[in-house]
Design a protein around this ligand. Structure first.
Ligand code: HEM
Ligand SMILES: [Cu+2]
Length: 537
């Protein structure tokens, strides 16, 4: 069944299945990008889309931090504030972090396993191109009468049903499209990894980035339909008279939370497992040692993914569960710290007695290691049921998930971008400017998120546009950190544009200690990757 494949590497393919343009470079102009089925083009589209969404979601974060700069209501009204927190969260999760990882998968998975392209290139084109429409719909809903979604990225009922505006319909439609995109992307990753590995590339020889993405893809296929179900039930409750989440009609709003978090907790692991793969590629390169404990890394990743399905109710301790339920979810949640600890231990052991140098990808990877661990520890604190009764819905939670998502997921994406940029563009990036980006980001991100722990412990609730006077000083610091972090990301944009336009020519393997098939290709990588599969020993 090669009829839809656009590769000419397989010798058994008949002449009639050859597509002419497979022998040449890309089509030119705008249509190249609209019609492309090439994994690198699609990877590039995903990465730029993610970056643009990062800036849009970031602008909303700036609105939030500007309003919170001082106590009292200054700049925006509370309803608009709620729309900003909601859409900021949705955009960062579904528009920035997830598409950035998919972009990296598109670029790297075929190159790392010695494949000519992704297995389902036409579907790949669709997975990407439906995304901009999903986000146009979401963003346009902000201009509807009654405003956009204002119920938090978790869209709890009855906020999203009884108390929401008509824009909820657009919200649901756009989440459906995002979900379809994710599922198609996940199927493509799985089929590619199972079918297109070069001869000799056994599963246990695959780079960890490939492994972590394979496991992530299974998580996606398992939980995106759950999200689709949740939004559909919200839709019918709101517009078609069902009562899934309406107690007056025999439903139950806590049911909403069970369904949402059965999706939501695995979802947060969807946003961190590929990071683990990136860090496992970068640390060995700049420590000039093999990754410590490869197979235990694979098993740890799989256990984290498995456990992520039985901990969802740690987001619901305060909803009034039976004591046994609270204990069950507390201990299961804490159990995740074990495989996570294995991973952190292996990374540290990889660094141990290595010949370490501090190129920019390594700086971001080391920052990831330290700061993600802080996020893990605050997660453990939250997992302690009686303690969570105090911290729940405070800024402590906001601090926790921003450590895992910003200094975790986003820092690893930055590390990946710097690590593979020479391979993508054929040029070395401006090291000085990149270091400036790193240090500005590192300092400002901690000014932004670390004090939030204290705000939370002192009792400042999350998702509010105003606060008591006692929180004023710390919020001012946090807002300054926020603006500084936002501005720092423009330096990243400058580095990337400069690197695309020119700069020192990159050799095939710009990093001395790097290993992997992608470094056997010239830089920039040719339009068609591995027309003949490489031999893996
Ligand atoms: C050792 C690992 C972790 C533990 C024990 C843990 C535990 C928790 C707990 C108990 C909560 C609920 C707090 C509350 O609402 O009162 C929470 C919230 C959250 N966690 Fe984690 N977590 C861990 C890792 C992660 C990772 C890796 C991510 C993402 C990459 C993440 C993202 C989030 C998010 C987004 C929320 C907030 C959800 C919301 O209410 O909007 N966590 N975590
Ligand atoms: Cu969770």
């Amino acid at each position: 069944m090669h009829a839809t494949r656009e590769i000419d590497a397989a010798p058994d393919m008949g002449v009639e299945q050859h597509h002419d343009h497979a022998h040449h470079g890309p089509a030119s102009g705008l249509m190249r990008w609209v019609t492309t089925t090439n994994h690198k083009d699609i990877g590039t589209l995903y990465l730029w889309f993610a970056f643009i969404m990062f800036l849009v979601g970031g602008a909303m974060a700036m609105v939030i931090r500007a309003e919170l700069f001082q106590p009292g209501l200054q700049l925006v009204d509370p309803h608009f504030f709620n729309q900003m927190t909601t859409v900021h969260g949705l955009i960062m999760v579904f528009g920035a972090v997830m598409p950035a990882f998919t972009g990296l998968a598109n670029w790297l998975v075929p190159m790392m396993i010695g494949a000519p392209d992704m297995a389902l290139p036409r579907m790949n084109n669709w997975s990407f191109w439906i995304l901009p429409f999903a986000f146009l719909i979401l963003l346009s809903s902000l201009f509807m009468e009654g405003g956009g979604p204002a119920f938090g990225w978790t869209f709890y009922a009855p906020l999203s049903t009884t108390y929401s505006g008509d824009s909820t319909a657009l919200f649901v439609f756009s989440v459906h499209i995002m979900g379809m995109s994710s599922i198609m992307g996940a199927i493509n990753v799985i089929v590619t990894i199972f079918n297109l590995r070069a001869p000799g590339m056994t599963m246990m020889k695959m780079p960890l980035f490939v492994w972590t993405w394979l496991i992530t893809a299974f998580l996606l296929i398992a939980v995106m339909p759950v999200l689709a179900g949740a939004v559909t039930m919200v839709l019918t409750d709101k517009f078609f008279g069902t009562d899934f989440f309406n107690a007056a009609g025999g439903g139950d709003p806590v049911l909403f939370q069970h369904i949402f978090w059965f999706f939501g907790h695995p979802e947060v692991y969807i946003m961190i497992l590929p990071s683990f793969g990136i860090i496992s590629a970068i640390l060995p390169t700049f420590a000039r040692k093999k990754l410590f404990g490869y197979s235990s890394m694979v098993y740890a990743t799989a256990s984290i993914a498995g456990l992520s399905f039985i901990v969802w109710a740690h987001h619901m301790f305060t909803t009034g569960m039976p004591l046994f339920g609270e204990l069950f979810f507390m201990y299961c949640t804490m159990l995740i710290a074990v495989p996570t600890g294995v991973k952190v231990f292996n990374w540290v052991a990889t660094l141990w007695r290595g010949s370490i140098t501090f190129e920019v990808p390594m700086l971001f990877a080391l920052a990831f290691l330290v700061l993600f661990t802080i996020g893990g520890f605050s997660g453990l604190m939250l997992a302690i049921t009686p303690a969570d009764f105090q911290y729940h819905d405070t800024y402590f939670v906001v601090a926790h998930f921003h450590y895992v998502l910003v200094t975790g997921a986003i820092f690893s994406i930055m590390a990946a971008a710097y690590y593979w940029l020479p391979k993508w563009t054929g040029h070395m990036f401006d090291e000085g400017l990149a270091k400036l980006h790193f240090w500005c980001s590192l300092i400002s991100v901690n000014l932004l998120f670390f004090p939030m722990h204290f705000l939370g412990l002192a009792g400042m609730p999350r998702r509010i546009p105003d606060y008591a006077l006692q929180f004023a000083d710390v919020n001012k610091l946090v807002s300054i950190g926020g603006f500084a972090f936002g501005l720092s990301q423009l330096i990243f944009l400058a580095v990337v544009i400069k690197c695309i336009r020119g700069g020192e020519k990159a050799p095939a393997k710009p990093w001395e200690g790097a290993e992997g098939l992608e470094w056997t290709l010239p830089s920039p990588a040719p339009y068609h990757t591995f027309e003949t599969p490489p031999e893996v020993k």
